[in-house]
Design a protein around this ligand. Structure first.
Ligand code: ADP
Length: 259
C-alpha cells in the first residue's frame, strides 16, 4: 500500500508539472499558429504559403497534444455527482462511432444500473480514451464491444485480492479484437508517457488519464489481453447510495428545442 501511495503521489506531481508546462507551451503554440496563418494568407499561391501551412499544421498537432496533457493533469474543476454509467455510454455512442471510423464495428450492451459517483465529463473521457486505443490496435478493422453490468465484489473476487473493498460495483468493459498487449506493455501501460505508438501519434497519457480518473472515483482499472486476439479493459466503480437526479421539466423542454 505504501508503494502504491508513493506511486500515486509521483503520478500526481508529474501531472501537475506536465499541466503547468502544457499551459505555457500552448500559449506559445498559439503565437506560432497565428503568425503561420498570416504568412499563409499573405503569400497565397507561393511555395512560402505551402511551407507556412506545414508549420501551422504542426502547431495545431502540438496544441492537440497539450490539450491531452492538460486533460491528464486535470486542471479543470471536477464535479462528481450520482450518475448512470449506461446512460453516459448511450450518450457518447454516436460520437465514438464517428471517431473510430467505419472499418471498426461498435456494439454497446448496457444494463440498468445503480448510480456511481463520478464526473460525467471525466467518464466520457475514459470511454473516448479506451475506444481510441482499441481503434489504434485494429488498423485493418475489427470490433469494439462496450458493456456495463452490476457486480458484487466479495473476498474471493480477484479485484478484492488486489486491494478493492468488498461491495457493490458498476462494471464498465471495453473489449477489442485487436493486436493485444504483451506482458511488458501491460506492466507499463498506465505509466504516464509510456507509448508504443510511432512518435507524434501517441502521448502515453490515455491510460494514465483513465487510471487517474477511475482511482480518484474510488474504482479500479484492469487490463486483460491476449496477443493476437484482443484486449479487454475492465473498470469497476463503487455504487453510491445517492440517487441520480431527475431532469427538471424546464431542462427537458430546453432539450426538445435543441439547446
Ligand atoms: P497512447 O495511446 O498515447 O500510446 P496510452 O496510455 O493510452 O497511450 O496507451 C499506452 C500503450 O498501451 C499504447 O501505446 C499501446 O501499446 C498499449 N495499449 C493501450 N490500449 C491498448 C489496446 N486496446 N490494445 C493494444 N494495446 C493497447
Amino acid at each position: 500500500i505504501e508503494a502504491r501511495l508513493q506511486r500515486t503521489q509521483r503520478l500526481e506531481s508529474l501531472g501537475q508539472l506536465a499541466g503547468g508546462i502544457a499551459h505555457d507551451f500552448n500559449n506559445l503554440l498559439a503565437v506560432i499558429l497565428n503568425y503561420a496563418s498570416f504568412i499563409v494568407e499573405d503569400a497565397t499561391g507561393t511555395p512560402l504559403a505551402h511551407d507556412a501551412e506545414q508549420i501551422a499544421r504542426a502547431a495545431r498537432r502540438g496544441s492537440d497534444l497539450t490539450h491531452q496533457l492538460l486533460a491528464f493533469a486535470r486542471r479543470e474543476v471536477i464535479r462528481p455527482r450520482p450518475l448512470d454509467v449506461s446512460t453516459v455510454v448511450t450518450e457518447v455512442e454516436q460520437m465514438l462511432k464517428r471517431s473510430i471510423g467505419e472499418h471498426i464495428g461498435l456494439t454497446t450492451v448496457t444494463a440498468p444500473l445503480p448510480p456511481v459517483m463520478a464526473d460525467p465529463g471525466q467518464l466520457e473521457q475514459v470511454l473516448v480514451n479506451l475506444a481510441v486505443n482499441a481503434r489504434d490496435a485494429m488498423p485493418s478493422g475489427g470490433h469494439i464491444t462496450i458493456d456495463t453490468a452490476t457486480v458484487t465484489v466479495d473476498d474471493t473476487h480477484p479485484a478484492a485480492r488486489s486491494g478493492l473493498s468488498p461491495g457493490c460495483y458498476v462494471r464498465l468493459r471495453v473489449s477489442d479484437t485487436g493486436t493485444g498487449m504483451p506482458r511488458e506493455v501491460i506492466e507499463q501501460a498506465f505509466d504516464p508517457f509510456f507509448t508504443t505508438k510511432p512518435s507524434g501519434q501517441g502521448t502515453g497519457l490515455g491510460l494514465a488519464t483513465v487510471y487517474g480518473i477511475v482511482t480518484q472515483a474510488g474504482g479500479t482499472v484492469h487490463i486483460y489481453s491476449e496477443t493476437g486476439f484482443g484486449t479487454t479493459i475492465t473498470v469497476l466503480l463503487p455504487v453510491t447510495d445517492a440517487a441520480v437526479p431527475q431532469k427538471r421539466p424546464a431542462e427537458a423542454t430546453a432539450d426538445l428545442h435543441g439547446h
